[in-house]
Design a protein around this ligand. Structure first.
Ligand SMILES: NC(=O)c1ccc[n+]([C@@H]2O[C@H](COP(=O)([O-])OP(=O)(O)OC[C@H]3O[C@@H](n4cnc5c(N)ncnc54)[C@H](O)[C@@H]3O)[C@@H](O)[C@H]2O)c1
Length: 273
């Protein structure tokens, strides 16, 4: 008898940890994985929003918990995995989604800015993966890690240099971990979104508008450049968080069982023009 077409993407009863899972792309990932039947632990510094999302999804019969933790903290990574074990009995899927992308011209990037961007976008991926993998190996269970990279790793725009470096690091780290963890039946892949409508990109646009009015000469050309990029997007518009979440669901599921070390670009054609 042939298999039901939906069977390979069934993730019922798997336990997923989603960093930055309260808003934007992370929120869509939380919703999609829980809709697919996974038990989800939202990790976020914005605990009020995370707790409300967990509560709302709980009312729809989903098993979702929220924990206040910093993606950039190595200590918090162990604390989060311990909580997932205590509440849900283990960890099967880790989505390293938390990110931070301040627009800063190269000459204005100071050490604090560099450290914060690298800590949230890259160090977090390393140490949350390490904590989750220790648990997966000790439970002798297969696992999945999905890292949020960015088209910035492939085709940079101006004023995001530490972020571009961090996301290129995420792409390479994804390959390095896939190589080491394959023998443990742990798959590691990345998703590289293009321009997606989220609270983070809204903040970026507001910041840019302020900069253009304060320093018209320095920033107007750049703002026009961004406008042109958006106007020439092959798929014609910015993406929605759910466009990324659907790909994360695919990578988390058995439908992607022979994929590891890949970075899937989800950008409406941004990197083509
Ligand atoms: N939105 C885009 O266009 C886009 C494009 C490419 C890549 N990305 C990547 O996708 C991911 C999500 O981006 P987004 O636009 O949804 O972001 P967002 O700013 O809209 O939301 C980020 C979420 O992460 C949480 N968060 C921030 N710092 C945290 C920390 N230190 N610890 C725990 N939680 C933290 C926030 O509270 C929020 O819930 C990021 O890794 C980002 O780099 C986004």
């Amino acid at each position: 008898m042939s298999q039901d077409i939906a069977t390979p993407i069934d993730i019922r009863q798997r336990v997923a940890i989603v960093t930055g899972g309260a808003k934007g792309i992370g929120k869509a990932i939380t919703e999609t994985l829980s809709q697919g039947g996974a038990k989800v632990m939202i990790v976020d510094i914005d605990i009020a929003t995370a707790a409300k999302l967990a509560h709302d999804l709980g009312r729809c019969g989903r098993q979702v918990e929220a924990i206040e933790a910093d993606a950039a903290s190595v200590g918090d990574a162990s604390k989060v995995v311990e909580a997932a074990v205590e509440i849900f009995g283990g960890v099967d899927i880790l989505v390293n989604n938390a990110g931070f992308y301040p627009f800063t011209p190269f000459l204005e990037v100071d050490e604090d800015c560099w450290d914060r961007v690298l800590d949230i976008n890259l160090k977090s991926v390393f140490f949350y993966s390490q904590a989750a993998v220790r648990q997966m190996i000790s439970d002798k269970k297969p696992g999945v890690i999905i890292n949020l990279a960015s088209v910035e790793a492939i085709r940079s725009i101006k004023h995001l240099s530490p972020y571009a470096a961090a996301k290129a690091g995420v792409v390479t780290l994804t390959k390095a971990l896939a190589l080491e963890l394959g023998p443990h039946h742990i798959r590691v892949n990345a998703v590289a979104p293009g321009a997606i409508k989220t609270p983070g990109t809204k903040r970026m646009r507001q910041f840019l508008r302020k900069e253009v009015s304060r320093h018209p000469l320095a920033h107007r050309t750049f703002a026009r450049h961004l406008q042109t990029l958006m106007a020439t997007l092959p798929l014609g518009q910015e993406g929605e968080p759910n466009d990324v979440a659907q790909v994360v669901l695919f990578l988390a599921s058995e439908a992607a069982s022979y994929m590891t070390g890949s970075t899937v670009v989800v950008d409406g054609g941004f990197t083509l023009v």
